[in-house]
Design a protein around this ligand. Structure first.
Ligand SMILES: CC(=O)N[C@H]1[C@@H](OP(=O)(O)OP(=O)(O)OC[C@H]2O[C@@H](n3ccc(=O)[nH]c3=O)[C@H](O)[C@@H]2O)O[C@H](CO)[C@@H](O)[C@@H]1O
Ligand SMILES: C=C(OP(=O)(O)O)C(=O)O
Length: 427
C-alpha cells in the first residue's frame, strides 16, 4: 500500500516542466498498430497508463523499446491475435482505442470492456455506431467487445453526443477504410488534433480535426513516422491551480497557452495573475481568492478533467461558487474527501455549491480517481497540518513524477510504501 504524507501550509514557488499529454499519448500509441514500419514517438509521459499500453502492445506481438527517458520506438510488424483480455484492459479506459486500430489492421478485434476513472456510466454506443456505419458487426459477449468486418467502407457518421473517445476511435478505424468518411458533431480537444497530425505524418489524409466536422480520405498504406506529443493541458492546468491555491508563484514550462485559455480565464476571475509567454505560463496569487462559477463543457469549454482541482481551490475562496459538471453524471465523488478537510460543499446531481472557508485543515483522505487525487493533493498542500492521501495509484495513472515536481516547487510530500497496518506505527 502506498500513501502520500503531505505537509500543509505550503506556498509553491519556482518552475515546473510539463510532460507529454496523457490523453494524446493513449490514442497515439495504439495508432502505431496502423503503421507499416517503425514509429518513434517523443515526449512520452512516464505514467502508469502508458506502461500498461506498452504491456498490451507487447502482448499483441509488438516490439516496444525506450530510446531515452521520453522517446519510444514501436514496431508493430508482427501483431498476432487481435485480442486484448480483461487482465490487460481493465486498468484503463483508453484500451478501447485498440478496437479501432485492430479492426482496421486485422478486420477483427476483441477487447475487454475498458476501465478508467469511475464517473458513473461510461458508454461506448457512439463508438459502436461508428464502427457499424463503416461496415463492421459489433457485439458484446461476456465482457468482451467484438468487432469484425470483411472490409471497412467510408461512411457519413453523425455522433449523437460530443465524445472524445468515439471521435478518436472512429477516426482510427476509418483512416484506412475505402473511400471517404465524414464525421460530424466531433469533439475538438487538442489531443484529437494531435492524433490527426500523427496519422497525417504517417501518410493519412485527415482534414478538419479541431472542428465539428472531420473528413477522412481512406489510404491503403500508413508508414512509420517520428512524432512529438503535445504538452499535457491538464497537467499544466493542475500546476496552475496548485500555484493559485497555495498563494504561490510558479512558471509552468512547455505548455501551449492557447490550450489553457479556459483555465486561465477562471483563475484570473478567482484572483490569480496569469502571464502568458510563447511556451510557458506564470501564475501568481497574492490577494484573497474570490468565488467563481463554472460549468465543464467539451473543448473549448472548461475541461471536465480540471473540475475537481478548481473545486478544491474554490473551497478556499471568499463567497459561494457554483460548479456544474456538464460532461459526466457522477464526477463529485471526491467532495466527501474535501469535506473531511473542512470544505463546505453541497452536491445536488451535477451541481456543487461551494461555500468558501478561510482555511482547510488536514485529514486522512483518499484519491477516489485521477483528477480527484490531484484535487485532494492541492487541498492538502494549502491546508493547515499534515494530510495522508490513500489510493495514490490513481494519481500516478496520469501525473509524471508528481512528488519530485511538487518538491522542486517547495512542497513537502513523502511517498510511503508500507504494508497495511504498519503505516501508523511508522509515523
Ligand atoms: C467531451 C469531453 O469533455 N470528454 C472528456 C471525456 O472523454 P472520454 O472520451 O472519456 O468521454 P467522452 O468524450 O466519450 O464522453 C463525453 C460524454 O459523452 C457520453 N458518451 C460517450 C461515448 C459514447 O459512446 N456515448 C456517450 O453517451 C458520455 O457519457 C459523456 O457524458 O472524459 C475524459 C476523461 O475525463 C476527458 O479527458 C474528456 O475531455
Ligand atoms: C479521467 C481521465 O482519464 P480516463 O478517461 O483515462 O479515465 C482523465 O484524464 O482525467
Amino acid at each position: 500500500m502506498e500513501k502520500f504524507i503531505v505537509q500543509g501550509d505550503t506556498r509553491l514557488c519556482g518552475e515546473v516542466t510539463i510532460s507529454g499529454a496523457k490523453n494524446a499519448a493513449v490514442a497515439i500509441i495504439p495508432a502505431t498498430i496502423l503503421a507499416q514500419g517503425k514509429c518513434v514517438i517523443e515526449n512520452i509521459p512516464n505514467i502508469s497508463d502508458i506502461t500498461m499500453l506498452f504491456k498490451i502492445l507487447r502482448a499483441l506481438g509488438a516490439s516496444v523499446r525506450m530510446l531515452d527517458r521520453t522517446t519510444v520506438e514501436v514496431d508493430t510488424t508482427y501483431i498476432t491475435e487481435p485480442v486484448v483480455p480483461y487482465e490487460l484492459a481493465r486498468y484503463m479506459r483508453a484500451s478501447y482505442y485498440l478496437l479501432g486500430t485492430l479492426l482496421s489492421r486485422c478486420n477483427r478485434a476483441s477487447v475487454s470492456m475498458p476501465g478508467g476513472c469511475n464517473f458513473g456510466v461510461r458508454p461506448i454506443d457512439q463508438h459502436m455506431k461508428g464502427f457499424e456505419a463503416l461496415g463492421a458487426t459489433v457485439s458484446i459477449d461476456s465482457g468482451m467487445i467484438n468487432a469484425k468486418a470483411d472490409m471497412l467502407l467510408g461512411a457519413h457518421i453523425y455522433f449523437d453526443v460530443v465524445s472524445v473517445g468515439a471521435t478518436i476511435n472512429v477516426m482510427l478505424a476509418s483512416v484506412k477504410a475505402k473511400g471517404i468518411t465524414i464525421l460530424e458533431n466531433c469533439a475538438k480537444e487538442p489531443h484529437i488534433v494531435d492524433l490527426a497530425n500523427f496519422l497525417n505524418s504517417m501518410g493519412a489524409d485527415i482534414r478538419g480535426a479541431g472542428t465539428d466536422v472531420i473528413k477522412i480520405h481512406g489510404v491503403d498504406i500508413l508508414h512509420g513516422t517520428t512524432y512529438s506529443i503535445i504538452p499535457d493541458q491538464i497537467e499544466a492546468g493542475t500546476y496552475m491551480v496548485a500555484a493559485a491555491a497555495t498563494g504561490g508563484d510558479v512558471l509552468v514550462k512547455n505548455v501551449i497557452p492557447k490550450h489553457l485559455e479556459a483555465i486561465t480565464e477562471k483563475l484570473e476571475k478567482a484572483g490569480a495573475e496569469v502571464t502568458e509567454y510563447d511556451d510557458s505560463i506564470r501564475v501568481t496569487r497574492e490577494g484573497e481568492l474570490s468565488k467563481v462559477n463554472l460549468k465543464t463543457m467539451p473543448h473549448p469549454g472548461f475541461p471536465t478533467d480540471m473540475q475537481p482541482q478548481m473545486t478544491a481551490l474554490l473551497s478556499m475562496a471568499n463567497g459561494t461558487s457554483i460548479v456544474t459538471e456538464g460532461v459526466w453524471d457522477n464526477r463529485f465523488r471526491y467532495v466527501d474527501e474535501l469535506r473531511r478537510m473542512g470544505a463546505q460543499i453541497q452536491v445536488d446531481g451535477k451541481v456543487a455549491v461551494v461555500e468558501g472557508v478561510p482555511r482547510l485543515t488536514a485529514a486522512p483522505v483518499r484519491a477516489v480517481d485521477l483528477r480527484a487525487g490531484a484535487a485532494v493533493l492541492i487541498a492538502a498542500m494549502a491546508a493547515h497540518g499534515v494530510t495522508e492521501i490513500e489510493d495514490i495509484e490513481h494519481i500516478e495513472r496520469g501525473y509524471e513524477n508528481i512528488v519530485e515536481k511538487l518538491e522542486a516547487l517547495g512542497a513537502d510530500i513523502r511517498k510511503v510504501v508500507l504494508p497495511d497496518g504498519e503505516l501508523k506505527a511508522a509515523l
